[in-house]
Design a protein around this ligand. Structure first.
Ligand code: KG4
Ligand code: ZN
Length: 345
């Protein structure tokens, strides 16, 4: 089954073709993907402007689809189904991909399915050669979400803990802004932190001894105060680099300790990390080392499949379509959508 995936929930227009018949081959079923990021469009305003995001998705969807079909050497008539992001996200941005996908599917006489963006992230690591088996604990860390989930199967999700304020990615982005780094903050902090001393400054590890919830707003304040105290944002580059490294270390330390705690709490031995922050090398390496100590394993997708993309939507859509699920002709997007409301497969 060839599934066209469309991702338009925020500021990336991502399209991909997943072909279940090519699973197990070198490309693991991912025939091809294209991604257009609106970062430059929103940079001027210091954050994503929803109306501009929607308008830009509309401009890019048709040319990107044509580019993808050409790249994959696939004709529209060869597509078997379309999966689009139905939520959560910006309502206008979601509507562009959903209406485009639903209409195209109608025109082609094929099924369409609305996919949960975070389920797309969660399942992306399963597209690899040796996918982790259910059940596993999933750490979802993106720009809008930080959640620890016990995943018993597709659509069988139990929230173990989540952030009570900022998301991990959001905290990376805000700390980066304070250090004068551009959006997205995560990769820029990681780059600045290279060759710096992560033990220079002792930043807080919030809520370590309180269950599996997270809180990151205090870390923001701590970075703000540190920059003020050291005058690091615009003076010595080494000071800025050491702040970035110390901040990244505190974030990773907090996430890793909570993951270990979650695995022990539910007696599971596999951890799957997903979402933009899971692209972070320091997080991956620290998890590899710490989980080895408790005989557990960590699984993640290649970096391009950690941040927003169309491939994860195509794959999640495929899993549900092959179980007989599909959406009817009505297009309804859900800007706020708890993953626990998803039907099981
Ligand atoms: O999953 P994603 O692409 O979009 C959302 O669904 O939110 O995640 C974007 C977030 C941003 O906050 C970005 O700074 C963060 O992921 N991110 C990273 C890295 N790459 C992206 N954070 C830390 N290290 C990275 N290498
Ligand atoms: Zn995302």
């Amino acid at each position: 089954m060839k599934v066209l995936g469309l991702e338009t929930s925020c500021d990336e227009t991502g399209l991909a073709i997943f072909d279940s018949e090519q699973m197990g081959s070198d490309n693991q079923g991912l025939v091809g993907q294209v991604l257009y990021s609106q970062i430059e469009l929103h940079a001027l305003y210091g954050g994503v402007v929803p109306e501009l995001a929607s308008r830009d998705h509309i401009r890019k969807l048709v040319p990107l689809l044509n580019e993808l079909l050409e790249q994959c050497d696939v004709k529209k008539s060869e597509i078997d189904a379309i999966a689009y992001t139905k939520g959560p996200g910006l309502i206008g941005a979601l509507m562009t991909g959903a209406l485009f996908g639903r209409s195209l599917a109608y025109g082609l006489g094929i099924p369409a399915i609305g996919v949960h963006h975070m389920e797309g992230h969660l399942l992306a690591p399963l597209m690899g050669a040796k996918p982790p088996a259910f059940p596993f604990v999933s750490l979802l860390v993106s720009g809008g979400h930080t959640q620890l989930i016990a995943a018993h199967g597709i659509g069988q999700y139990e929230i173990l803990g989540e952030s009570i304020d900022d998301a991990a990615g959001e905290c990376f982005d805000k700390a980066a802004k304070m250090l004068g780094l551009p959006y997205p903050g995560g990769p820029n902090i990681a780059k600045l932190a290279e060759n710096s001393d992560q033990n220079t400054y002792d930043l807080p590890r919030p809520m370590l001894h309180r269950g599996l919830d997270f809180s990151f707003s205090g870390m923001k304040t701590a970075v703000h105060n540190l920059i003020k105290d050291t005058d690091g944002s615009d003076s010595d580059p080494q000071v800025r680099a050491d702040i970035a490294a110390s901040f990244q270390h505190a974030m990773v330390d907090t996430l890793v300790k909570k993951c270990v705690k979650a695995l022990k709490q539910v007696s599971m031995s596999r951890l799957v990390i997903a979402g933009g922050v899971s692209a972070n090398t320091h997080l991956r390496e620290t998890l590899e080392a710490e989980l080895a100590k408790i005989n557990a394993t960590v699984h993640y997708a290649p970096p391009a499949l950690c941040t927003d993309n169309g491939a994860m939507i195509a794959y999640a859509g495929f899993e549900r379509l092959q179980a007989g699920q599909a959406d009817d002709l009505a297009v309804s997007c859900i800007p706020r959508w708890p993953m626990t409301e998803l039907p099981a497969v």
